[in-house]
Design a protein around this ligand. Structure first.
Ligand code: PGA
Length: 252
């Protein structure tokens, strides 16, 4: 089974027009391996500038959140239709910061995934356990409880159009990366969880690892059989480092 590799930049509430300029210049002349897609997920105000400045065909536009509603009285929210008009292709859904700070539930996350798919956009569904949950050996339980509502909402066949990002909460922005072996073991659990319902779909879904990925640890992480790329936070704000991470990724 061949799967494309994906390196997605989650800028969070960081970056400015200067970064937009430097990053697009840096990526426009970057040679990537075959079968690699790079996705830039800035804050909404930078979408237009990024889209205009991006020339490389393997660089795609993404965002970090979207409303589960189509339109209406939802002050401060952004709809999938608006994203389509801005040439966005990918939407990060259920990032642990959205789940913990903004209290997004797994049911709401599932509704967002459904809305994103209905608009022909690709969701990057984030799942991951906290440090306490890993210590209590509840990782598999937590990941299953995050995945199941999405399967229930969209059906397993639609999962073939979803990208999953496994991000252990304790590794996000902390400098503590999961070892490649630990990440691979968890990715295999996720793939097997989907395979129990549908093997063909499970083999198609790109599984990204996220949590303190940087230029030095990405090679060993990306070398794992079930790690199909990364969701990169802090290191995606540094052009040279992000370029190294992108050029390390290879499709399988
Ligand atoms: P980090 O963030 O790479 O800074 O750990 C990853 C993420 O939150 O997506």
């Amino acid at each position: 089974m061949t799967r494309r590799a994906i390196v997605a930049a989650n800028w969070k509430m960081n970056g400015d027009l200067e970064l937009v300029k430097k990053m697009t210049e840096g990526l426009n002349d970057l040679a990537l391996a075959e079968n690699v897609d790079v996705i830039l997920c800035p804050s909404y105000p930078y979408l237009m500038s990024l889209s205009e400045a991006t020339e490389a065909e393997h660089v795609h536009l993404g965002v970090q959140n979207v409303s589960e509603h189509q339109s209406g009285a939802f002050t401060g929210e952004i709809s999938t239709k608006m994203l389509k008009e801005m040439s966005v292709e990918f939407v990060i859904i259920g990032h642990s910061e959205r789940r913990s700070i903004y209290k997004e539930t797994s049911v709401q996350v599932a509704q967002k995934v459904k809305a994103v798919l209905a608009a022909n956009l690709t969701p990057i569904l984030c799942i991951g356990e906290s440090e306490a949950e890993r210590t209590a050996q509840k990782t598999e339980l937590v990941l299953s409880a995050q995945l199941q509502p999405v399967i229930d909402e969209i059906g397993i066949e639609k999962f073939a159009e979803v990208v999953i990002a496994y991000e252990p909460v304790w590794a996000i922005g902390t400098g503590k990366t999961a070892s490649p072996e630990m990440a691979q073991e968890t990715h295999l659990f996720i793939r097997n969880f989907l395979a129990d319902v549908n093997t063909t779909v499970a083999n198609k879904v790109p599984l990204l690892y996220g949590g303190s990925v940087n230029a030095s640890n990405c090679e060993n992480l990306f070398a794992q059989a079930d790690i199909d790329g990364g969701l990169i936070g802090g290191a995606s704000l540094k052009v040279d480092e992000f370029k190294i991470i992108c050029s390390t990724a290879k499709g399988s």
